[in-house]
Design a protein around this ligand. Structure first.
Ligand code: BES
Ligand code: ZN
Ligand code: ZN
Length: 489
């Protein structure tokens, strides 16, 4: 999808279809040219309600307000209505700006179109795709708010980058486990590094042994695909901040010997969502040319069964020397992250350290499918993640640590257990487990984001399709954009 932005009035722009956004059910607004027809059809302009007047070449969609959070899903719903149809190559749309000089809703509109136009058709014989090739945006606005073409163009550009990077992440997550294993991510990372001039270091089993990443190695041992850790780096001159991003990349999580029940195993190709989000973030920050140094660490492993599998009762020694009693091989993500977090802290002295993981079913039970949980020791950092996520169109809620839950991870035989002794608070106990692998000097700089809920949802929601959503990408790109603007003092 290509975007062109101009000051050409809407009427003069040539297109196969125009998207008209009806704000707050206001069918009387001058942009709504088919009021009578719409009323007759029972169109009320409710959020995401769509009505396509094919003969008039207009597609109407409702949005509650001019806020980005309403415009984004509305634009997505509109373009989704065209998916699988033919003859809608050229689309045109006006701008919907809520405040003078504020381009947020323009960016949200572009994001909505790119995110809503996403389809994963790789494995379909009959491919039902989005037909739109070009989008003409007219600066002719819903309200007569002044906005410069430069500001608008920048909003369009950044919207395109972040949404395309999110779709890039979605493609990786949606790819079946027999076609996407640790080596596949190595290939992806190398290709991306070459295209964008990133650093790319790959650790194979030999290197992982040398680095004493025994917890990660144990998880991957029964798989025919060797585990890999990938370090991608983006280093602009004079960066404002240094950020490390760590991702859980379980290309499949069968549960290991603590085997998952059959119906819980379905969708576990999505257990690579954390690492897939991190590579998507790397792509976006590099394409935007942000003024922050960013390091992405991807822990790529497949958790399988077999004669060589790690077992409940095993004691593993993690990279930082701490010993872990394995009581459940399905709590494998934290073992992988423990080692990768240690490695990330060893390699880079960062101002911020974030990790992303589909870590616990408990997080989904606690906060639902659409929300991620953020954990850590810094209230300020947790709040920042939540606030930036909200602006970006993602939902995040803080889950606070406490010392009572910490005690539930005690082990009789080792330094810590990989599961807690209580059935409750599983998202937090997993976060507390990770905190054992964060050095004291990094405690306040670290936040853990459990994306188990939103990373993969089997129905359409807002601007997200059924399947992988690319959770984490938009929130973190926003956060890094804000750090890139901050002064270095
Ligand atoms: N990958 C799963 C978590 C998960 C579950 C993600 C559902 C997305 C949807 C993780 O490795 C896991 O199996 N966690 C266990 C932990 C338990 C054994 C303490 C879980 O959540 O049941
Ligand atoms: Zn698991
Ligand atoms: Zn897992």
């Amino acid at each position: 999808m290509k975007f062109n932005i101009s000051t050409t009035p809407m009427q003069e722009l040539k297109a196969d279809v125009e998207i008209v956004i009806v704000i707050d059910g206001n069918l009387k607004h001058p942009t709504v040219k088919d009021r009578k027809l719409l009323k007759k059809a029972g169109f009320s302009g409710a959020q995401n309600e769509v009505y396509h007047l094919v003969e008039k070449k207009r597609l109407y969609v409702g949005a509650e307000s001019l806020k980005g959070s309403s415009i984004r899903p509305a634009a997505a719903s509109a373009i989704r209505a065209l998916t699988g149809k033919k003859g809608f190559k050229r689309l045109k749309i006006a701008t919907y700006v809520s405040h003078p000089r504020c381009s947020a809703s323009i960016r949200a509109m572009v994001e909505g179109l790119v995110l809503g136009g996403y389809t994963f058709t790789e494995y379909k014989s009959k491919k039902s795709k989005c037909p739109v090739k070009t989008v003409e945006i007219s600066l002719e606005g819903y309200e007569a708010h002044e906005i410069s073409i430069e500001t608008a163009a920048r909003a369009v550009h950044h919207g395109e980058i972040v949404a395309a990077s999110t779709n890039y992440t979605r493609n990786i997550v949606n790819t079946p486990p027999d076609d996407f294993y640790p080596e596949s991510m190595v290939k992806k990372a190398k290709k991306l590094a070459k295209e964008l001039g990133l650093g790319c270091k790959v650790l194979d089993v030999k290197a992982l042994k040398k680095e004493k990443m025994n917890a990660l190695l144990a998880v991957g041992r029964a798989s025919r695909h060797e585990p890999k850790v990938i370090h991608l780096s983006y280093k602009p001159k004079n960066p404002k901040k240094v950020i490390s991003l760590v991702g859980k990349g379980l290309t499949y999580d069968s549960g290991g010997l603590s085997l998952k029940p059959g119906d819980f195993m379905v969708t576990m190709k999505a257990d690579k969502s954390g690492a897939s989000a991190v590579i998507g973030m790397m792509k976006a920050v590099a394409e935007m040319g942000l003024d922050v140094e960013v390091h992405g660490f991807l822990g790529m492993v497949e958790n399988m069964i077999g004669g060589d599998a790690y077992k409940p009762d095993d004691v593993l020694k993690a990279k930082n020397g701490k010993t872990i009693e394995v009581r459940n091989t399905d709590a494998e993500g934290r073992l992988v992250l423990a080692d990768v977090l240690c490695y990330a802290q060893q390699e880079v002295k960062a101002d911020y350290l974030f990790d992303f993981a589909t870590l616990t079913g408990a997080c989904v039970v606690g906060v639902g499918h659409y929300t991620s949980g953020v954990m850590g020791f810094s209230e300020e950092l947790k709040t920042t993640v939540r606030d930036q996520a909200k602006i970006a169109g993602e939902l995040v809620t803080p889950l606070d640590f406490n010392d009572y839950l910490k005690k539930t991870l005690k082990s009789e035989i080792a330094d810590i257990c990989n599961i807690s002794n209580t059935r409750y608070g599983g998202a937090i106990t997993a976060g507390l487990f990770l905190s054992e692998f964060i050095d004291d000097e990094h405690k306040e700089k670290w936040a853990h984001v459990d994306i188990a809920g939103p990373a993969f949802v089997e129905h359409v929601w807002g601007e997200n399709p059924s399947g992988a959503s690319g959770a984490g990408v938009r929130m973190m790109v926003r956060l890094m954009e804000s750090l890139s603007r901050e002064s270095s003092h």
